[in-house]
Design a protein around this ligand. Structure first.
Ligand code: ADP
Ligand code: MG
Length: 611
């Protein structure tokens, strides 16, 4: 579970008591000055360090079994942030109220503790092994799916580890451990006769020791009176670093011989290439699964489970055929229309590759179209051809036949605004946060590659499914030269004025910063579930409205943090506006914190990491 304090500017992470006191001294020792840090003993807990009358006070905050947080004996709160907010109004037993946060110096990140590192490594390894991802695709999967993956890890991850041998007897365990070399720390985990009960078998001094893993009423796993863990995987990872009561720490696993490949993890049942579908997925054709909590239940397909997370050309065999122009004979065009625009229509289809067939969307240019339209479509194709990101619709290529056709990955859920307005009561706001975070990841990529989109709007964010969004429609996009930071349009055109930043309208100047403005409008559309922005106004009136310093109001269901971000995107001067790196960081922190809380609301048995 992501750390629900990670986004707080006064959270220092895993620092010692004396370091905390140093920071408070540097910040001036005023009454009510405070900071938050990770508790080094109690997993998932924090310490509130504060100053009163030039004295230091340290209050441990415990994470309780039901997922709430409380200072011993005092009121419980749903998160560390809410707790601090409460004590800023009411001392309720503390030395005084919290008056002034002692924030981290700029550029300083919260200090990661041993548990954070274990957790981050677990998520990374799990994603790497389950979806066979590396490099950028791996990093992006971690960023966008950490909360979901942590939940998956919680319940089943140990079953996929090579050291997990399933149900074998004590004697069989010994046979397996005694075969081959017997270094200290060689181990395996097995299930015991009583269902749901496990044991660790460990070699030390050429003998095998067996430890029963208790599974307490609270759902935690532990050995004797040792540290309690939410998952078996965590227990093993922890005991690789600290023996915690064992004769020796866990070092080398004996791979389970019944697993298909002993060294790498087996193909788990939730991998798309596996025959058995992941059991909790019940999905209808548009990938839509009702999910009342929006974050909760492991009942949806993750982006990495879909066939369009990675490029179809990520397979080196397929890459051999990668060309901008596609053979007509490899393309099947359906009659079914997915959408339409000025240029013509978008149809469904199938593209045949060497090893697989993929679903595609085909943008068809109306026949008899003049030169300019053809050039535009070719430009769009060339731009998209240079991009490869899981949160951007990829172009497969173009095909010149009965019409000029732009062949793209299929995003069958349709445009975001339509989806949200039709499912208004079923889609929780956290789901909207998740999707807008993905849009931010895609836009951060464009910014880094020095492309400007120029038509970012909810209608141009397409859904693969309820939990997977991709940016599309690169009809107005431009690739900037390496040393340019903006594109200057020669003339104005048919522009989506309500999405455009002031400098676009006033000076025809387009940059990633003007895309940030459009991102703000897109956020507004998303959090208002597909409403039209600046409802009654005409395009040009909007400019006057903005110049008067006015901005759209916070949509009813929109969390204040998200409205705050929107307003930052609508900073008048582009120089002062945040870039996508900043926007993504901000929305990610918020997304992780709501994911953490949503889980606390569901009951505790399968919780992953103490934050
Ligand atoms: P326009 O330039 O006319 O706005 P778009 O690229 O936005 O064209 O496409 C128009 C419509 O076609 C979209 O709103 C969507 O319904 C459908 N469409 C476009 N691309 C795809 C795709 N890759 N997958 C599924 N539908 C698509
Ligand atoms: Mg469009």
């Amino acid at each position: 579970m992501p750390n629900p304090a990670a986004h707080l500017p006064f959270y220092f992470g895993s620092i010692s008591r004396s370091d905390a006191e140093e920071h408070l001294k540097l910040a001036g020792m005023s009454d009510g000055l405070f900071l938050l840090r990770q508790c080094l003993r109690n997993l998932g807990g924090y310490v509130l360090s504060m100053v009163h009358k030039l004295q230091f006070y340290h209050y441990p905050i415990e994470r309780q079994l039901n997922g709430t947080y409380a200072i011993a004996g005092a009121k419980a709160h749903c998160g560390p942030e809410e707790l601090c907010e409460f004590y800023s109004k009411d001392a309720d037993g503390l030395c005084c109220t919290l008056r002034k946060p002692c924030n981290r110096p700029s550029g300083m990140e919260p200090q990661l503790g041993i548990i954070d590192n274990i957790r981050d490594n677990m998520v990374r390894e799990y994603i790497r092994q389950t979806w066979k991802l590396e490099g950028e695709a791996l990093e992006l999967a971690i960023i966008s799916q950490a909360p979901q993956v942590e939940k998956l890890l919680a319940t089943t991850a140990h079953e996929k580890m090579p050291w997990y041998h399933g149900f074998i007897t004590r004697e069989q365990a010994e046979t397996r451990l005694y075969s081959g070399a017997q270094p200290d720390g060689k181990f395996l985990m097995r299930e015991r006769k009583e269902k749901g009960s496990y044991a660790l078998s460990l070699v030390y001094g050429k003998s095998v020791y067996h430890y029963r893993i208790a599974h307490g009423k609270s759902g935690k796993y532990f050995i004797d009176d040792g540290t309690k863990f939410d998952t078996l995987l965590q227990l093993v990872e922890y005991m690789k670093i600290k023996p915690d009561g064992l004769v020796y720490y866990l070092k080398e696993s004996t791979p389970n011989p019944d697993m298909p490949t002993a060294s790498a993890a087996p193909v788990p049942p939730n991998h798309p290439s596996a025959k058995v579908p992941r059991k909790f997925i019940s999905q209808n054709s548009d990938g839509y699964t009702p999910d009342p909590t929006g974050m909760g239940k492991n009942n949806w397909i993750l982006p990495m489970d879909t066939s369009c997370y990675e490029s179809p050309y990520s397979d080196p065999e397929e890459l051999k055929d990668k060309k901008l122009f596609l053979k007509r004979s490899n393309l099947i065009v359906d009659e079914m229309e997915l959408g339409s625009g000025n240029f013509g229509s978008v149809k469904k289809g199938v593209y045949k590759m060497r090893k697989k067939q993929i679903d595609v969307a085909i943008k068809m240019l109306k026949s008899g179209n003049e030169r300019a339209a053809r050039d535009d479509m070719m430009k769009e194709a060339q731009i998209m051809h240079q991009l490869d990101n899981p949160y951007i619709v990829r172009v497969i290529g173009v095909c010149e036949a009965e019409a000029l056709m732009l062949v793209m990955e299929m995003a069958s859920g349709g445009p975001l605004n339509k989806f949200l307005s039709s499912k208004r009561d079923e889609i929780p706001v956290n789901n909207v946060v998740e999707l807008m975070h993905q849009v931010a990841i895609g836009m951060k990529y464009l910014e880094e590659k020095n492309f400007v989109h120029r038509d970012l709007a909810a209608r141009n964010v397409l859904l693969v499914n309820q939990h997977y969004a991709k940016i599309s429609d690169f009809g107005l996009s431009k690739a900037l030269a390496a040393d340019d930071s903006y594109y200057m349009a020669k003339t104005t055109g048919k522009w989506p004025l309500k999405w455009y930043a002031p400098e676009c309208i006033l000076f025809r100047k387009f940059s990633s910063k003007s895309d940030v403005w459009s991102y703000g409008v897109t956020m507004w559309e998303a959090f208002s579930y597909g409403q039209k922005p600046y409802k009654k106004m005409k395009g040009p009136e909007v400019m006057t409205f903005i110049e008067e310093g006015k901005r759209m109001e916070c949509p009813p269901k929109c969390p204040p943090e998200m409205y705050k971000l929107m307003k930052q995107c609508w900073t008048f001067k582009w120089e002062d506006r945040p870039d996508f790196v900043t926007v993504e960081t901000f929305i990610r922190a918020y997304y992780y914190s709501v994911a953490a809380k949503a889980e606390e609301e569901s009951e505790g048995a399968t919780k992953v990491t103490p934050a």
